[in-house]
Design a protein around this ligand. Structure first.
Ligand code: MD3
Ligand code: FE
Length: 203
């Protein structure tokens, strides 16, 4: 089923669960080519979340700023291709949430271990502001935080578990969001780890 969360935002509970094994296997292949790394923010802070990407564009940050790049700065090679499974899942989820024709060109892959958090932020580096962001949670649970268009707006909490998919578009595309420090847990596919895929139209 589809649970509306806010205008333009919907939760597809368990939508990716049956494809969990294949999704986690694909993440391992991607990380073998472009390893997870802890990016440094423009302010000089090492992020607690570990990140890699696939697609024609991938996500990078350092003291010079936040940006999408065509090559992985760590390897010097293009980012691994988006697996067809990823593209099909993102397109299908977006369509169910009211965003037909979504073709992602970037997938950011975030890895959380117990204690890892993501502070409240907005995603505003993608060129196509009409395209939604599709997020897929894998592995151990997390508490996701989302507020409004201003940092000071009240924040809601949403528990996300293995296989949950959330679509953020329209009026919810630029809401502040984050992830609470991850609690220790174990998942048979990922161990003591959560993996989050975010599909974007970045270029
Ligand atoms: C709502 N990732 O990579 S996914 C990120 O769980 C990010 O790793 C979180 O925030 C994670 O930037 C949250 C859900 C999500 C992603 C992007 C959004 C929600 C969003 C962009 C706009 C609004
Ligand atoms: Fe984000």
């Amino acid at each position: 089923g589809l649970q509306p969360l806010a205008p333009g935002a919907a939760l597809l509970r368990g939508h990716a669960r049956s494809r969990g094994d294949a999704l986690v296997a694909a993440v391992h292949d991607i990380a073998a080519a472009s390893p997870f790394r802890h990016l440094v923010t423009p302010g000089g802070h090492r992020m607690s979340v570990a990140t890699t990407s696939c697609g024609t564009l991938g996500w990078h940050s350092d003291e010079g700023g936040y940006r999408y790049t065509a090559r992985d700065p760590h390897t010097g090679h293009p980012w691994p291709a988006l697996p067809e499974l990823f593209v099909a899942l993102a397109r299908d989820a977006a369509e169910r949430a009211g965003f037909p024709g979504f073709v992602p060109d970037a997938c950011l892959i975030n890895r959380y271990q117990p204690g890892t958090r993501l502070t409240l932020h907005q995603d505003r580096n993608e060129r196509d502001e009409c395209a939604p962001i599709v997020s897929v949670s894998l592995g151990i649970p997390a508490t996701f935080l989302f507020g409004g268009l201003q940092r000071s707006d009240p924040v809601r909490r949403l528990r996300l578990v293995h296989g949950d998919v959330v679509v953020w578009g329209g009026p919810s595309r630029f809401v502040f969001h984050g992830v609470q420090p991850l609690m220790h847990a174990e998942h048979p596919l990922t161990g003591a780890c959560r993996i989050n895929l975010t599909f974007r139209r970045a270029g």
